[in-house]
Design a protein around this ligand. Structure first.
Ligand code: BDR
Ligand code: CA
Length: 307
C-alpha cells in the first residue's frame, strides 16, 4: 500500500507542535503541506511555529501555506493564555529559518483534493476556516476528500465556554460548512481527549540530548504549569496529539455515527456541537485513555531521541 496523502491544518499551539512532530515521524504518511492559520495565536506566529515543527523534525521540505488570519464571520479569539505569546509556551521564543510558500491555504487544499482524488486526508488541529473556504470555493472536492479528522467539539462538554470547544467556537460558521458539506468527517472532541490526562511526570521521560529533547520538555512544562494554575491538576490533555493518534490507531477510540451540527446563535451555546441522525460524521464518545497516553509517550520518545 502506498503512503497516505495528508494535508494538516494547524494553529501551533503546544499540543499542535506535539501532534505535528508525531505525524512527521510516521512513515505511512505523505505530508503534502501544512496550512497554518490564526487560532491559538495570530497567523504570523502560527506560520512561524508550523515552519519550526518542520525544521526541528528535519522536514523543512514540507511546504507551509498561509491560511486565514481571521474566522469567516467573527473576530479572532486567541488562546495565548494557555500557549503563551509565542504559541509554544512561556519560556520559548524561536524563529524559523524558512518562509511560507506563496500559495494560499484554501487553494492548496483544493489543488491537493483534485490531485489525490478519493485519497486525500485532512487532519485539522485548529479552527476549520481554510477547509471551509476550500469547500465553499470548490464544493465538488467534498467527494474527492477521503476523510477530514478534526480535533474539536464535544458532545457533553466545552472548554472555551461551558458548551463549546475552542477550535469550533473560534470559527463556528466554518465548522458548520465542513460538517454540512457531506464530506466524511471524524470528530475527536473533548469526550475523548478529556479522558487522556498525560501525567506531568511524563515530561521528564521526554528529555534527551537533542534539540527536540530540550524544547519539547520546555513547552510541555509551560503547558502543565497552566493546567496546574487553571485546573489544579498535575498533568495535561495534549488534545491535538490525541486526535493525531486516531489516524494510525483508530481502534483505540469509540465513535458514534451521526450528522454533526454546530450552534451558530450568539449566546452560551454558540459553537456547541450537536449530533443529529445521519452518517457523515464519526464522533468520538470515548477512548482507551491509557493506551492513547502510552502511544503519545512512545512515539514522542522516539521523536526526541531522533532530533
Ligand atoms: C484545541 O484548542 C487549542 O487551544 C488546542 O491547540 C487544541 O487544538 C483544544 O480545545
Ligand atoms: Ca490546535
Amino acid at each position: 500500500m502506498g503512503k497516505r496523502p495528508l494535508v494538516i491544518c494547524t494553529d501551533p499551539g503546544i499540543d499542535d507542535f506535539i501532534a505535528l512532530s508525531m505525524v512527521l515521524s510516521k512513515p505511512e504518511f505523505d505530508v503534502l503541506g501544512m496550512v497554518a492559520l490564526s487560532g491559538n495565536v495570530g497567523l504570523d506566529v502560527t506560520i512561524n511555529n508550523a515552519l519550526l515543527a518542520c525544521e526541528y523534525n528535519a522536514r523543512a521540505d514540507i511546504p507551509v501555506l498561509a491560511g486565514s488570519a481571521k474566522p469567516l464571520a467573527r473576530p479572532a479569539r486567541s488562546a495565548s493564555n494557555i500557549h503563551g505569546k509565542s504559541g509554544l509556551g512561556a519560556s520559548l521564543e524561536l524563529y524559523a529559518e524558512g518562509k511560507p510558500s506563496n500559495k494560499n491555504g484554501a487553494d492548496f487544499i483544493i489543488e491537493m483534493a483534485r490531485k489525490y482524488t478519493g485519497k486525500l486526508e485532512i487532519l485539522s488541529l485548529g479552527p476549520l476556516t481554510d477547509v471551509a473556504l476550500a469547500l465553499e470555493k470548490a464544493p465538488e472536492i467534498a467527494k474527492a476528500i477521503a476523510c477530514i479528522t478534526v480535533m474539536g467539539g464535544g458532545i457533553h462538554a466545552g472548554n472555551a465556554t461551558r458548551y463549546a470547544e475552542f477550535n469550533i467556537v473560534a470559527d463556528p460558521e466554518a465548522a458548520n460548512v465542513v460538517f454540512g458539506s457531506g464530506v466524511k468527517t471524524v470528530m475527536i472532541g473533548l469526550d475523548a481527549t478529556n479522558l487522556c490526562l498525560q501525567p506531568r511526570s511524563d515530561i521528564e521521560l521526554l528529555r534527551a540530548p537533542t534539540e527536540l529533547g530540550k524544547i519539547v520538555p520546555a513547552m510541555l512544562s509551560s503547558y502543565a504549569d497552566v493546567y496546574k494554575q487553571v485546573h489544579n491538576i498535575d498533568g495535561m490533555m495534549i488534545h491535538d496529539a490525541i486526535c493525531a493518534v486516531y489516524l494510525w490507531r483508530p481502534e483505540l477510540f469509540t465513535c458514534m455515527k451521526c450528522r454533526m451540527t454546530v450552534c451558530l446563535e450568539d449566546g452560551e451555546h454558540l459553537g456547541q456541537t450537536m449530533p443529529e441522525d445521519g452518517d457523515t460524521c464519526l464522533a468520538a464518545t470515548s477512548c482507551d485513555a491509557q493506551a492513547v497516553r502510552e502511544e503519545i509517550l512512545s512515539v514522542m520518545k522516539r521523536v526526541v531521541a531522533a532530533h
